[in-house]
Design a protein around this ligand. Sequence first.
Ligand SMILES: NC(=O)c1ccc[n+]([C@@H]2O[C@H](COP(=O)([O-])OP(=O)(O)OC[C@H]3O[C@@H](n4cnc5c(N)ncnc54)[C@H](O)[C@@H]3O)[C@@H](O)[C@H]2O)c1
Ligand SMILES: O=C(O)C[C@H](O)C(=O)O
Ligand SMILES: [Mg+2]
Length: 596
Amino acid sequence: MFSRQARISGFGAGRRIATTARGYDVLRDPALNKGTAFTRQERAALGLNGLLPPAVTTDMEPQLARAYRAYRAAPTDLAKHIYMWRLHDDNVTLFYALLQRHMMDMLPVVYDPVVGEAIENYSEVMTRPRGVFLSIDDPDSVEERLAAFGAGADDIDLLVASDAEEILGIGDWGSNGIDISIGKLAVYTAAAGVDPHRVVPVILDVGTDNEKLLNDPLYIGYRHSRVRGDAYDAFIDAYVTAARKLFPKAMLHWEDFGSTNVRRILDRYRNTVPTFNDDVQGTGAIVLGALINAVERSGASWADQRVVILGAGTAGVGIADQIRDQMVRHGVGRQDAVRRIWLVDLPGLLTDGMGDDLLDFQRDYARPEAEIAQYPRTPCETLPATETRWPAMAGLRAKIASAPGIIDLATVVKAVHPTILIGTSTTPHLFTEAIVRDMASHVERPIILPLSNPTQLHEATPMQLIEWTDGKVLVATGAPFDDVEHKGVTYTIGQANNAALYPGLGFGTIVSRATTVSDAMIFAAAQAVAGQATDTAPGAALLPSNEDLRETSSVVAVQVARKAIEQGLAQEKPDNVVEAVRERQWWPVYNPVEAV
Ligand SMILES: NC(=O)c1ccc[n+]([C@@H]2O[C@H](COP(=O)([O-])OP(=O)(O)OC[C@H]3O[C@@H](n4cnc5c(N)ncnc54)[C@H](O)[C@@H]3O)[C@@H](O)[C@H]2O)c1
Ligand SMILES: O=C(O)C[C@H](O)C(=O)O
Ligand SMILES: [Mg+2]
């Protein structure tokens, strides 16, 4: 947010900034500060003479070089992450200019996977507080706290909120989770050009069940277990009501909620508020984008796909829904499409005999007991009693663990001969060599997407998958991975991370001021991403490179805004959508600052 003294006119390059601030107040405002790039005239007008060294570096290059050297000198990835956010505290424009120039290097440091490490160590990482901290302990203060951010009704385009129950695949991190809202917003700006001064990161602190945090004297959040039930829903409602009242034009993005809350929240607001859930819909759509290309390259048809998903939570079932809808688009009946998807979780294959113990959004996909009566069962140890992250799934597993035993992933793969295997289980190494070789022995081009973040949680690495399938696999991953060489072919690994999708989806929604985010807008985003990975040479990536994130996201935003207009959801309907997207994009360039 700009300080209240500062007002901007226009968007992107060429806008002018007028401020009543002087001297150190200018330098301490990261949105105004240009450091040595202030011109001599600006220094005189803003009272900066004497507060800056004499060198004037208006083209930013020396500043970028200095900052990059300092970044490289930071000894660890976490230290680099901290350096970047300190730079942001100092100078927002330079932060984004640096990030954009070194996107491939720095995106994994600012965002996933290093953001996971930062969240685990947030008590040490936090320097200057960023964003808004809301608490279930004080639900009546939600509006007051959001208002304290200091923005007016027209100043905010976007809020990203998390209750941090399921951060990436690392679980419950309480108020430390503010860093995921911050990281997601950094990607919105770097990728799509969302103005970083018109966004609000939010943490919805409902307590934490993470014992480590509860016992950590440095923990920054509220020290009690998670509140659930009616009080939780009322708190979420207080947030949505206050956000809508204070920032009526803003889109609301939901991130990293637990699987028992995520769908209820989405379903409650999706038809009345411009909102989407990134883990359900953003993930579903980026995976669909990768699969559109993978299925095409495999030479098979959508109607012939058999899909096994390991980890039937927020992301897994969000992906299943997108695949189901895609099969329907290709002429398969809805119920038939559902029958071509097998969900495997802690209790093994989900079956209709599990009844009410299943989460509501899983039930459609449960296999009929009659169908699986002959499948072999594997007795397995129950989970440690401390496992609380997935009580419904862990409870089911405990119920059937010794008798009759679970139908495990290996059994399902053997029985089903999947063409597509997806991992959203938060658990590394579960795509074993035996399972992958079995799958590859029945299909020409197995499509395998290990998606569990951060990197160390992936169900298998691309190198393993390429080796075990002798290069036949069509692979994409959740985190970034290096190229793999195999028998003279270079395999470039597309990153099926929602970061390649949600920035464009959100920006298209913002530009068109769509009243809701429809399924058709989400599908338009998936198609737009898929359409940008056109290289079909052996080993070519299934998705566009993050190097081109600005380009990818712009195309996504245009297609999303067009779809919103076509569907009558847009409140702003520019004749030239491409131009409207371009004009609204924020770029990290220094603009003139005027003293008023
Ligand atoms: N690539 C992406 O863009 C992307 C997007 C969203 C989520 N993800 C990743 O997917 C994973 C899941 O995220 P989520 O939001 O769906 O979490 P979630 O908590 O909603 O779901 C995880 C599911 O995995 C199940 N599970 C846990 N251990 C298992 C095991 N050993 N075998 C089988 N199932 C197991 C749990 O019971 C739960 O149902 C995370 O690692 C997350 O980082 C990736
Ligand atoms: O944050 C990411 O990297 C992707 C996704 O939203 C996740 O939860 O893993
Ligand atoms: Mg997420």
